[in-house]
Design a binder for this molecule. Structure first.
Ligand code: URA
Length: 159
């Protein structure tokens, strides 16, 4: 399960499909292709055929002007994410960006995020039945950080 921040204004907010239609989406779809979790050859596919992975976001709507989600917005959307977690029962949760990492730490480990997301990039955390990976958000990650994310997830998934 990959958890992002919010549907992108030009991306998922328009397409209705998390991590499609914008640069972040293409970066995530490229990552999924490299991990064997997508059947696509084109990271810009409108409706990617994914296998064994579920994509979602901390908040359901694009915050106006692409601003950060507010604590109230995160709290309002938390029940959706909790329901998804219960339904999907993922083995691995990759938190993309500080909002997702903060949510995942609180929800899965009952802790506050111990450092900024850049310091936590690529780190793996036990969290009950789940293994949590904390990653810089693809909108802000360098190429090197995307490569490290791919390597960390590949090691974890064994593919
Ligand atoms: N698209 C999403 O669905 N989530 C993000 O966090 C960014 C782009």
């Amino acid at each position: 399960m990959l958890v992002g921040e919010a549907p992108g204004y030009l991306g998922a907010d328009r397409t209705g499909v998390p991590f499609t239609g914008d640069r972040s989406g293409r970066r995530v779809q490229t990552l999924l292709m490299a991990l064997g979790l997508s059947e696509e050859k084109d990271p810009a596919a409108a409706l990617p055929r994914l296998r064994g992975v579920y994509l979602t976001n901390v908040v359901r709507c694009n915050p106006p002007g692409n601003r950060n989600p507010t604590p109230a917005e995160v709290a309002n959307c938390a029940p959706y994410l909790a329901a998804e977690l219960a339904a999907v029962r993922p083995q691995v949760v990759a938190a993309l960006g500080s909002f997702a990492a903060r949510w995942a730490f609180q929800r899965l480990r009952g802790e506050e995020l111990p450092a900024g997301i850049r310091a936590l990039h690529g780190q793996v955390w036990p969290a009950g039945a789940v293994t949590l990976v904390t990653l810089v958000h693809p909108a802000r990650a360098s190429r090197g950080q995307m490569a490290l994310a791919t390597a960390a997830l590949r090691t974890l998934l064994g593919n």
